[in-house]
Design a protein around this ligand. Structure first.
Ligand code: GDP
Ligand code: CA
Length: 330
């Protein structure tokens, strides 16, 4: 089946498109590129977390995906480069700067490059492409938009903070009342985003935070329409295992925005977006209810502790898509 995604497909047109956030997406994508040729894959990546820190443009999710696919991610922290130092932020702290955003030294170089190139007039997409090539990554990495799309989290008492402030500075409190994706909803899709969806034979929704990683991408005008217009099956992997996220505040953000924290809750929230869903063995009892939503379900080990599990999860998702496509032809 892998041949369906092979280079025989029109050159330069990705056959497999994945909607991606950071850590969960990156772990899944490192599996996808073992199953299909990396040059047939395009990841459309959330930029709602982007923000200026220390005068440089940081794109957390673009960089997590790039570093992971390059095999250079700091697996302990889940972000940044393995073995990186913090001499620059330590130096800034000494000068009185707030340094809750722990940007590593070499990681800073990536963001500094991005900032310099932006000031020279390059676009975020071209820069993401330069960075992934410099890191030897074969899969295309497409920012969902080149416009600023900051995600804001609203908390009880009327507080409103940028997503990175919510997560990295405030430690993801649970009194979330609303998530504001209005900037994404007013943005222009990044170069190649709508074309990639239109050309895709398979669309995968990575096991990312639905609220602040996948929904910002879906909010970008044209993205949902392109997905609806496409005949490609859309298959997701649940980021929730046994009623809890593997990592990060997805539980607090789901609950705060009215969704049950479960694989079923995520499937319901995605609504008619998904045609298929991979869920964990821990959630096998939810399979009938998810199937009742009209989804094809596969139960798998989905905790991607290593690259071989990532490959197995990717294989399952791609197989569901292949089955759905074959079924549609019949
Ligand atoms: P972030 O931008 O770094 O927060 O990354 P994402 O939005 O891509 O990922 C966060 C989500 O990934 C969380 O909801 C996690 O539960 C999920 N996640 C992380 N690792 C795994 C894993 O190994 N398996 C599954 N199924 N989900 C995972
Ligand atoms: Ca993120």
């Amino acid at each position: 089946m892998a041949s369906q995604h092979g280079p025989s497909n029109a050159p330069g047109r990705p056959a497999l498109v994945a909607l991606a956030g950071g850590v969960g997406a990156a772990r899944f994508l490192r599996g996808v590129v073992q199953v299909v040729p990396p040059d047939s894959v395009a990841a459309i990546v959330n930029t709602g977390d982007d923000r200026l820190f220390y005068g440089v443009h940081v794109s957390p999710d673009l960089d997590i995906v790039t570093y992971t696919l390059a095999g250079e991610i700091d697996t302990e922290r889940g972000y940044g480069l393995a073995g990186d130092g913090t001499r620059v932020v330590d130096g800034l702290a000494k000068l009185g700067h707030e340094t809750w955003f722990r940007l590593g030294d070499r990681d800073l170089a990536t963001s500094l490059h991005r900032t310099v190139r932006l000031s020279e007039g390059a676009g975020l997409a071209a820069i993401a492409d330069e960075v992934r090539r410099a890191f030897g990554v074969g899969c295309r990495i497409l920012p969902m938009s080149e416009d600023p799309c900051p995600t804001f989290v609203e908390l009880s008492g009327g507080r409103r903070v940028h997503f990175e402030e919510y997560l990295a500075r405030d430690g993801a409190p649970d009194d979330v009342t609303r998530v504001d994706l209005e900037a994404a909803a007013a943005a222009t899709p990044g170069p190649g985003v709508l074309d990639a969806i239109a050309a895709a034979r398979t669309v995968l929704v990575c096991p990312s935070n639905p609220v602040v990683s996948i929904e910002p991408i879906l909010q970008v005008p044209g993205v949902r329409g392109a997905l609806r217009a496409s005949s490609a099956p859309v298959v997701g992997v649940s980021p929730i295992i046994g009623g809890a996220p593997v990592k990060g505040p997805a539980d607090r953000l789901l609950r705060g925005t009215g969704t049950e924290v479960s694989a079923l809750g995520v499937a319901q929230r995605y609504g008619d977006l998904l045609d298929g869903f991979v869920i964990d063995h821990a959630d096998a009892d939810l399979a009938p209810a998810i199937e009742a939503l009209g989804l094809r379900v596969r139960v798998e080990e989905t905790l991607m502790r290593d690259a071989s599990i990532s490959a197995q999860v990717a294989r399952s998702a791609i197989e569901i898509a292949d089955e759905l496509r074959a079924g549609a032809r019949r």
